[in-house]
Design a protein around this ligand. Structure first.
Ligand code: CMC
Length: 429
């Protein structure tokens, strides 16, 4: 029997709605006909109870601390796959076999260079511009360069744009960094892996050979895997909403990057590291926690809490593991901020305030420490997140465009402004 939900109003009216079932996760009441039937909207700012789309890409069980990419637990993906395999999985729904992976890697690799004219874009920015400001601008500008892949109704164009974005983001992110520090741009090297190439473009200089460190490359690759997709978060929803109007993929990804920049979203690892610097010492943790609990202080424990995870973020566990590996490799086991983070985490996990609100560390609590150890400056953290999330955004955008039920996104509102009134001419006001 098809399950139905009934909405009963105390004015005697009642309406029935279908209940939809996903493969796992909560059932969903299909209220699309609500306005037509009742003349009423639902009210859900922040989308606390609203599924904005149906999707087959990523699944999160926030209470159990589970994250699946196309059905595969993130722990297994992080252990057995590299970032480009993860990209293939997110885009195509299945893991590649050896031949498919070779072809995918070759295609991405062949798109790593950017149009030479794009280099000049950077000089228009101040050297001290935040790299995220540069990234939003330059990625948006890609639509001015790649006219041959802008027809969103053409699946081949969509595919080429996806390859271009995944392949060029590392080049552009590294260019934003090099511009910032006044070093020459490093062109991509296609004999290196995706992550090794990125590290060379970030940290290499033309004057000498760059030595690839496999442990550090693997750590960066893991950061990319863990941030690759996270279902309908704020930036992904931004990409979907921008794309729903038919905007081109480069413009949509630029919109996603802009949204990710906020400290409640992708900016959190930057904020978490700044917070650790600010606390400075284990002896100051008690005082800091006191401020966090004081609602009037406006201070939050950055890297803690999540809209969906009400349990330990599974990505945070993996990131903590990577943190140990990287610090060991670099002989930084006694790293001041890492020790501080461990002490802070322990205290917070035992504190009634955090326990009762189910506030656990999220991925950003540790990813900042790993990135800092890799030599990535704090101002670049959200750029790395953007680079990783580009595949998730593009997979979700592709899914939306291919969905026969797709419509322009157009939320409604509860209007609380003035009722109709007449304009009083200026002289009489
Ligand atoms: N520190 C202190 N208190 C917190 C925190 C925190 N980090 N997060 C939530 N709370 C409190 C909040 O004040 C509220 O308390 P009360 O019930 O007494 O009013 C309660 O916990 C519930 O919080 P909420 O604001 O309703 O939760 P939300 O789902 O709206 O916010 C969040 C989620 C991630 C925006 C928030 O936890 C936060 O700001 N965390 C710090 C920033 C951060 O680490 N963000 C990264 C998220 S993971 C990366 C990503 O996926 O983008």
């Amino acid at each position: 029997m098809d399950k139905k939900a009934t909405l009963s109003l105390n004015d005697g009216r009642s309406f029935e709605f279908p209940v939809l079932t996903g493969s796992v996760g909560p059932e969903v009441i299909d209220i699309r006909s609500l306005y037509g039937k009742s003349g009423m909207f639902t009210y859900d700012p922040g989308f606390l109870s609203t599924a904005s789309c149906n999707s087959t890409i990523t699944y999160i069980d926030g209470d159990a601390g589970v994250l699946l990419y196309r059905g595969y637990p993130i722990e297994q993906v992080a252990e057995h796959c590299d970032f480009l395999e993860t990209c293939y999985l997110l885009l195509n729904g299945e893991l590649p076999n050896v031949g498919q992976k070779d072809e995918f890697v070759t295609t991405v690799t062949r798109h790593t260079m950017v149009h030479d004219q794009l280099n000049r874009f950077f000089t228009g920015f101040r050297r001290d511009a935040h790299p995220m400001a540069v990234l939003v601008g330059v990625v948006g500008a890609l639509s001015a360069f790649y006219h041959d892949s802008l027809d969103i109704n053409n699946p081949e164009h969509r595919k080429v744009s996806a390859f271009r974005l995944i392949a060029k983001l590392p080049t552009i992110v590294a260019m934003a960094y090099k511009y910032n520090i006044g070093q020459p741009f490093m062109y991509p090297r296609n004999d290196l892996s995706y992550s090794a190439n990125f590290m060379r473009m970030m940290f290499g200089v033309p004057a000498e050979e760059y030595k690839v460190n496999d442990v550090l490359v693997r750590a960066l690759d893991r950061i990319l895997i863990l941030h690759a997709d996270h279902e309908q978060n704020a930036s992904t929803s931004t990409v979907r909403l921008s794309g729903s109007s038919g905007a081109n993929p480069f413009a949509c990804i630029a919109a996603g990057i802009a949204c990710l920049w906020g400290p409640a979203h992708g900016g959190a690892n930057e904020a978490a590291l700044e917070m650790l610097e600010q606390i400075g010492d284990v002896s100051k943790i008690g005082e800091f926690i006191k401020q966090v609990k004081d609602k009037n202080s406006g201070v939050k424990l950055m890297g803690f809490g999540h809209r969906v995870y009400k349990n330990y973020d599974p990505r945070a566990k993996l990131m903590r593991e990577t943190c140990y590996e990287v610090l060991n490799e670099l002989g930084l086991q006694n790293d001041r901020l890492f020790k501080l983070a461990m002490a802070l985490e322990k205290i917070a996990l035992e504190d009634e305030y955090f326990v009762s609100r189910k506030l656990y560390p999220n991925v950003d609590f540790y990813s900042g420490i790993v990135q800092r150890a890799l030599g990535i400056p704090v101002s670049m953290f959200t750029c790395i997140f953007s680079l990783a999330r580009t595949v998730g955004w593009i997979a979700q955008w592709q899914e939306m465009i291919s969905d026969p039920e797709y419509k322009i996104g157009r939320p409604r509102q509860l209007y609380r402004g003035s009722v109709p009134r007449n304009v009083v001419p200026l002289a009489k006001r």
